[in-house]
Design a binder for this molecule. Structure first.
Ligand SMILES: Cc1cc2nc3c(=O)[nH]c(=O)nc-3n(C[C@H](O)[C@H](O)[C@H](O)COP(=O)(O)OP(=O)(O)OC[C@H]3O[C@@H](n4cnc5c(N)ncnc54)[C@H](O)[C@@H]3O)c2cc1C
Length: 282
């Protein structure tokens, strides 16, 4: 899809140093700034890795023909123009990115809470597990007062894994309920031992695991409060007034991977409308 070109607009590219001041935050050299007029539209998905720019995006501002991104460290920032931008990042980085361009959406995004969690993965010889439940895992309700909130029986869930480690049971324990951050402040060894001790009577474990690994996921899970759907609607309405901007990810329509993919498809459907209709300003 080729874009038109506004007559008299400055040329694209070049190696001059550009300083764009806005709230004192914008200062960078041009990266692969504006694509040539016959280039296909540039759509940047923030959070999915930008070709050739493995760096965080620190700012976004609107242009008549799309958006401009500030990419990279403060010492070596690059400006990147795009016809459309999809922040596919968690709500708080998305809020910071949209603060200048769409302040009302930024405020709504900042209001979405996140819970931190940790995963304890453990391995036992099959004979040490006397009661292996059917299925791929189970949830443990908060009313039980335990540390572990969910268990994935990894070797039951993924056949390929069972094939890789025959005679071994691998389990993944999820820890970290909203408001129970203190549980996560233990050292790795202590956290792992506590999780394994909690699982021992459930699986009828006859010994300690042969290996454990703890992984932390700080602010990894968005928490949908009452009114979340209305909040998401307000975010999308605010963005609808900004052609070429759409959001997607776990903050919106569900935290599971299938829901994230669905929100990405929805974002992908909205941005081309703008991309096809807008002239390239150089
Ligand atoms: C421990 C754990 C286990 C899970 N298990 C399952 C499961 O079994 N099944 C399931 O369906 N779901 C599971 N989920 C949920 C699911 O994995 C997540 O909700 C989903 O991956 C989120 O995808 P996302 O693209 O929205 O965000 P992310 O995967 O968090 O991707 C966002 C990306 O944006 C990047 N980023 C952030 N800020 C910037 C910036 N300013 N500039 C550039 N990049 C930036 C981040 O580095 C990150 O790479 C699990 C989640 C966790 C935490």
């Amino acid at each position: 899809m080729a874009l038109g070109r506004i007559p008299g607009a400055p040329g694209s590219g070049g190696s001059e140093i550009v300083t764009v001041m806005s709230s004192g935050a914008w200062s960078g050299r041009p990266g692969p700034a504006a694509p040539p007029p016959d280039a296909p539209p540039r759509v940047v998905v923030v959070g999915a890795g930008i070709a050739g720019l493995a760096a965080p995006v620190r700012g976004l501002r609107r242009r008549p023909d799309g958006s401009e991104l500030l990419v990279g460290s403060t010492r070596d920032a690059q400006l990147l123009r795009a016809h459309a931008v999809v922040p596919a990042v968690p709500a708080h980085p998305a809020s910071r990115l949209l603060a200048e361009a769409v302040p009302s959406a930024a405020t709504e995004l900042a209001g979405i809470d996140y819970a931190s969690m940790a995963i304890v993965a453990a391995a036992w010889p099959r004979e040490a597990v006397r009661r292996l439940p059917a299925g791929s895992g189970f949830l443990i309700p908060a009313v039980d007062g335990g540390l572990v909130k969910a268990v994935t029986l990894s070797t039951s869930k993924w056949g390929f894994l069972a094939g890789e480690v025959p005679g071994t049971v691998l389990a993944r324990m999820s820890i970290g309920r909203m408001g129970e951050e203190a549980d996560l402040q233990r050292e790795d060894d202590e956290l792992g031992a506590a999780a394994v001790a909690e699982l021992a009577p459930v699986l009828g474990l006859s010994g300690l695991p042969v290996a454990t690994r703890e992984t932390r996921w700080g602010r990894g899970l968005p928490q949908y409060a009452v009114g979340h759907l209305d909040r998401v609607e307000r975010i999308r309405s605010a963005l609808a007034a900004m052609p070429g901007l759409a959001v997607c990810g776990a903050a919106y329509d569900g935290i599971g991977v299938p829901a994230c993919i669905a929100s990405a498809r929805r974002a992908a459907e909205t941005v081309p409308t703008h991309v096809g209709a807008t002239p390239e300003a150089g």
